[in-house]
Design a binder for this molecule. Structure first.
Ligand SMILES: Nc1ncnc2c1ncn2[C@@H]1O[C@H](COP(=O)(O)OP(=O)(O)OP(=O)(O)O)[C@@H](O)[C@H]1O
Length: 434
């Protein structure tokens, strides 16, 4: 590890993440740790230059007001107490609300009191992780479930740099991926980056299992369970794999908004793998926030449309093809989604609107086409903005753009004669329809 670190000690603050992110934006690496960190744990952290005792409203745990452990007070490191009355005088009653003042306060502590270096950047991070992964893995083999989503793609690119041929990626096409997605994974990872990639086209298998299943919960369960089965079969075919790499990121680890942010033990992101598949986990992104994961992907040379990809549900297009999935309607979802994405990109909305997609319900309506009656499916457009996915607002789309998308979908997608725009915010609607 090359980088200096400031520890944010969670003494019940609701702003741990904010402070850690601010420190990182000043170029200084920062981690959040629980108040009862031991001397040994503290010693194991590389290059700690100072500790922020970050108090706040969640300071009472099990009826007792928490304080930092003895190890912290005896560390000899510069300490800064905010909203915390402990064994040192409180430095600040609360963090400044003004972003500039907050930054100045952090700057003064970090650079003047702690004499930390602003040496946190992606190049150093990547260099460190490459070294750490090589140390952890030695000459053993690593398996990665590669979805083509941001997190697993960045892990793949990083591991390829670190261990090259010792990595095997498995990409499962469950038949519910967006247009061109599986092809892009193969093109980028196998052809351009030269990864060992096992591409499993399991579309028929998934669609067979899903035939006639209309209940949304049931559909999700079938897709999840079948994914694990396929992945497990592939894992068993490969010899001598001892490690499983995962795209775990920092928000998966720090529980925000709870009593105190506890460090959660590593978990199986690829949930539901059987216990007799015993892997040690490799999680090189587990200290990164989402925006840093993207910056890491860019630094590793992944294409923008992979790195800035919008969130995509695990069950894929399966939950956007409402009710019992049919091939005809699944194709309509896939084609209309591709048109929507293309038109959003042309209009400069890619990366500006948080999430946008199409939905095809399981009913038809009457229309006219070429002077004859048609009886075809509608396509519903959805475009939402959100900060935390708990609430979402509707993107006020330009009328001409809506008309253009409607024109294209009704003329280019077989079996579709109407286009609707969903104006429902969350709540009362959810972002997805199922
Ligand atoms: N089609 C797939 N093929 C291979 N692995 C997959 C696939 N779908 C999901 N996974 C694996 O399961 C993990 C969790 O999937 P989930 O849909 O929750 O994505 P995520 O946590 O947003 O990560 P990512 O950004 O990598 O998709 C992924 O990171 C990936 O390792």
């Amino acid at each position: 590890m090359q980088q200096d670190m400031i520890v944010v000690l969670d003494l019940g603050s609701e702003d741990n993440t904010l402070i850690a992110r601010e420190l990182r934006s000043l170029g200084v690496y920062s981690e959040i740790h629980p108040h009862d960190i031991t001397a040994a744990q503290l010693k194991a952290l590389p290059n700690v230059r100072g500790i922020i005792l970050n108090g706040g409203p969640n300071r009472v745990v099990d009826g007792v007001s928490i304080d930092a452990s003895k190890a912290v007070y005896e560390s000899g490191l510069p300490l800064f107490a905010v909203d915390h009355k402990g064994q040192i005088p409180q430095n600040l009653e609360r963090w400044p609300k003004d972003a500039g003042q907050l930054r100045d306060t952090l700057r003064a502590f970090t650079f003047e009191a702690c004499k930390a270096q602003a040496n946190w950047n992606m190049e150093n991070f990547i260099a460190d992780q490459i070294e750490l992964v090589r140390e952890q893995v030695g000459d053993k083999k690593v398996l990665l479930a590669l979805s083509g989503g941001v997190d697993s793609s960045v892990v793949a690119a990083l591991l390829l740099k670190a261990i090259g041929d010792q990595l095997t990626c498995v990409h499962v096409n469950h038949g519910l991926l967006r247009k061109g997605e599986a092809e892009q994974v193969v093109e980028v990872f196998q052809k351009q980056l030269g990864a060992n990639l096992v591409y499993v086209d399991a579309s028929e298998r998934f669609l067979g299992k899903l035939a006639g299943v209309a209940d949304p919960e049931q559909k999700r369960k079938i897709i999840g369970a079948e994914f694990i089965r396929v992945f497990e079969e592939e894992a068993r075919k490969l010899d001598g794999i001892e490690f499983l790499a995962q795209g775990t990121i920092y928000p998966d680890i720090v529980e925000s908004g709870t009593k105190t942010a506890k460090m959660v033990k590593s978990h199986h992101n690829v949930g539901g793998l059987p216990d007799d598949l015993q892997f040690e986990l490799v999680e090189p992104l587990k200290m990164l926030f989402k925006d840093e994961v993207r910056a890491c992907g860019v630094a590793l040379g992944l294409p923008d449309n992979m790195v800035y990809r919008q969130p995509f549900p695990g069950p894929g297009l399966g939950v956007r093809c409402l009710g019992a999935i049919t091939r005809e309607r699944l194709e309509a979802v896939r084609e209309s989604d591709a048109i929507l994405r293309e038109e959003f990109a042309n209009a400069g909305l890619q990366g500006k609107v948080w999430q946008y997609f199409t939905v095809v319900p399981d009913f038809k309506s009457v229309g006219v086409r070429d002077n004859a009656r048609s009886f075809e499916y509608p396509v519903i457009l959805r475009a939402v903005n959100t900060i935390d996915a708990m609430t979402a607002s509707i993107e006020p789309l330009d009328w001409a753009l809506l008309e253009k998308i409607t024109q294209r979908i009704t003329h280019e997608v077989p079996g579709v004669n109407r286009v609707l725009y969903d104006l429902t915010p969350k709540p009362v609607g959810t972002i997805e329809w199922e």
